[in-house]
Design a binder for this molecule. Structure first.
Ligand code: NAD
Length: 295
């Protein structure tokens, strides 16, 4: 059996960023509008610091304004809420991202829900969740958007495809399912209580795995020729005594059966920040009452 086509998330993310840069130029030329993203980081989580640095660098590379608000770990919740309020009222700031996880004394839900939904570039606000499900113009979570963009590079017309999403989290599984429904797929959401999950997955033309269990999806679960999008990022011990990243899909065996597959790393991962930048450009256009290239 031939090997699956490898979907190159790094290259596709670069094309998304180029599209964002072109959209920023268009908004500047025609409306004098420069989209701006504010990122709020509370505390010293090392992984979060790296993400925030990468987000800021890529925001600037696309021609947008970027602001980093770094607050000490012991910042009271009221101060974080006050900062979000200030950003909500700042017309130059079109997107607000509060980096998770927040320190334990801060109620994350309360902070996320205080973001103006039109500036909620993470797409986690209940208003955006509702807009997505009822088919209104919404800011959609970044990793799910990136996953669907990758799937469409090899399956441009998803109409009528049997899609199985494994995982039902609010940040990945559910929004992926909503997006695939919008693409007219027949969508099944499998999760930890699903019976005979391998049989459910075997019926899929498109599989999106977002579980958090290393290499759970086996080659024998995949219908020959199916498209496999692996959202999982799991750090596991490597043979050399170090650690390595693997997805939720057993890559080697699934690549022998699938028609196309995303690697980990280098698949869905790079799409997340690219889609955040896309959401920021979309939010800026929406707030200015201008038609967005991405909505
Ligand atoms: P989560 O823990 O919130 O949700 C996992 C889901 O998997 C749950 O809905 C659960 O029902 C389901 N599940 C658990 N055990 C299962 C089983 N045995 N069989 C079937 N389903 C099962 O995780 P999440 O936040 O949705 O993230 C999922 C994965 O995606 C993780 O590996 C995470 O690191 C990764 N992730 C990657 C990105 C990215 O940028 N690429 C972004 C977010 C999350």
């Amino acid at each position: 059996m031939s090997e699956a086509k490898v979907i190159d998330g790094k290259a596709i993310a670069a094309t998304v960023r180029a599209d964002v840069a072109a959209e920023v130029k268009r908004l500047q030329a025609s409306h004098g509008l420069t989209p701006g993203l504010a990122v709020v980081l509370v505390g010293e989580d090392p992984a979060s610091k790296v993400y925030v640095k990468n987000k800021a660098a890529q925001t600037v590379e696309c021609g947008m304004n970027s602001w980093e608000h770094k607050l000490p770990a012991e910042t009271p919740e009221a101060d974080v809420l006050a900062l979000v309020q200030k950003l909500n009222n700042d017309p130059a700031c079109h997107g607000i991202l509060v980096q998770l996880p927040l320190p334990k004394h801060i109620n994350s839900e309360k902070v996320l829900n205080s973001i103006n939904p039109d500036k909620d570039v993470d797409g986690f606000h209940p208003v955006n969740v509702g807009r997505l499900w009822i088919g209104e113009n919404a800011l959609v979570p970044c990793t799910p958007t990136g996953s669907v963009i990758l799937a469409k590079t090899v399956m441009p017309d998803l109409k009528g495809a049997n899609a199985v999403v494994i995982g039902r989290s609010n940040i990945v599984g559910k929004p992926v399912a909503a997006l695939l429904l919008r693409e007219h797929c027949t969508v099944t959401i499998a999760h930890s209580r699903t019976k005979n999950i391998e049989d459910v997955v075997r019926a899929a033309d498109l599989v999106v795995a977002a579980v958090g269990i290393p290499e759970m999806v086996k080659g024998s679960w995949i219908k020959p020729g199916a498209v496999v999008i692996d959202v999982g990022i799991n750090r596991v011990p490597a043979e050399n005594g170090k650690t390595k990243l693997v997805g939720d899909v057993a890559y080697e065996e699934c690549a022998k059966v699938a028609g196309a597959i995303t690697p980990v790393p280098g698949g869905v991962g790079p799409m997340t920040i690219a889609c955040l930048l896309r959401n920021t450009a979309q939010a800026a256009a929406m707030q200015a009452g201008v038609k967005s290239a991405f909505a």
